[in-house]
Ligand binder design. Structure first.
Ligand SMILES: [Zn+2]
Length: 309
């Protein structure tokens, strides 16, 4: 682990687009590459560093009380690799890329069947459809963060730009709907996009990234129709215990038309509908950078145990 990463600062939130920073009085971790001063009572990382930090509590420091950087990796390790037990069959409907001019129709269908969904919103769409954003909140669904532009070339330019997009979207949703969202989904998923630094920056800023485990293919299927989407889901779902279904609210008619069938299918199969939680990750795309963090943490735990004997 490099030296810069190990620097601790006395700082709080410094969000990219926001001029305000809250001062904390506990040690936090700097994950930035620039110069970050260590201070006694509340220096803030310099603008341009785009350092987003939060102090780790004693509990979060866990087995690494003197090594917040490793403690952070340990939090990531626990979040993504500790298996969650689900006694019943659960489905998480996740609806991405909205809000759109069709959001109200999604909400009506969901309400007619009494189920809740998680909406991964784009900041630019929130700015365009503020009423729809508030309607999602008012109808009791979960609002979540899917970056501001969704443009891969921009979003994945660097981890700083990625976090900037996340923070900008968070601010847009907060301003529009008064909800401070903690759930994030990487546009296009993490595969081929995330490096270790992305997980660390998200974790340090208190975000939880959620992938999916069942792509409805509504956005990629050629000439998608509601029936095609549904038969794909039926074939792909098999008898899985936990389904995190990826669907889109990007203005496409077929996605919307498939929604009643999808809900009825899962209700018929005895699934409970839930919204994605903030304290755990349900579906994980097990990509190499995550496995590297896992290996580092397991090595540190072994070293710690060996030293203790
Ligand atoms: Zn998307």
């Amino acid at each position: 682990m490099n030296r810069k990463f190990r620097k601790f600062i006395w700082a709080g939130w410094l969000t990219a687009g926001l001029a305000t920073a809250m001062i904390w009085s506990m040690p936090a971790i700097s994950l930035g590459q620039g110069t970050v001063e260590t201070g006694e009572t509340g220096d803030v990382a310099q603008a341009g560093d785009l350092v987003v930090t939060r102090p780790l509590t004693r509990e979060e420091l866990g087995p690494f009380p003197d090594d917040p950087a490793m403690a952070l990796d340990y939090l990531i390790y626990k979040r993504y690799f500790e298996p969650k037990k689900h006694e019943n069959k659960v489905v998480y409907l996740t609806i991405d890329d909205g809000p759109s001019h069709k959001t109200a129709e999604y909400l009506d269908i969901l309400e007619s069947r009494g189920v809740k969904a998680t909406f991964f919103l784009l900041g630019k769409q929130v700015a365009r459809y503020p009423e729809a954003t508030r309607a999602i909140r008012d109808r009791g669904h979960k609002l979540a963060n899917h970056t501001y532009t969704h443009v891969y070339k921009t979003v994945y330019q660097s981890v700083d730009v990625f976090m900037e997009e996340v923070e900008r979207t968070r601010a847009a949703i907060l301003e529009t709907a008064g909800v401070d969202v903690r759930l994030v989904r990487a546009p296009g998923g993490v595969y081929g996009h995330f490096e270790k630094s992305y997980y660390r920056r998200l974790e340090a800023a208190g975000y939880v990234n959620h992938d999916w485990n069942l792509d409805s293919k509504d956005s990629v299927m050629k000439k998608a129709t509601a029936d095609k989407i549904m038969s794909h889901i039926r074939a792909a779902n098999k008898d899985r215990q936990v389904a995190v279904v990826l669907l889109h609210d990007s203005g496409k008619t077929s996605s919307l038309e498939a929604l009643p069938q999808i809900i009825d299918y899962y209700l018929g199969e005895g699934y409970t509908f839930e919204v994605l939680p903030e304290n755990e990750t349900v579906a994980v795309h097990n990509i190499l950078p995550l496995r590297e963090i896992k290996a580092e943490v397991e090595a540190a735990l072994r070293a710690r145990d060996a030293a203790g004997q």
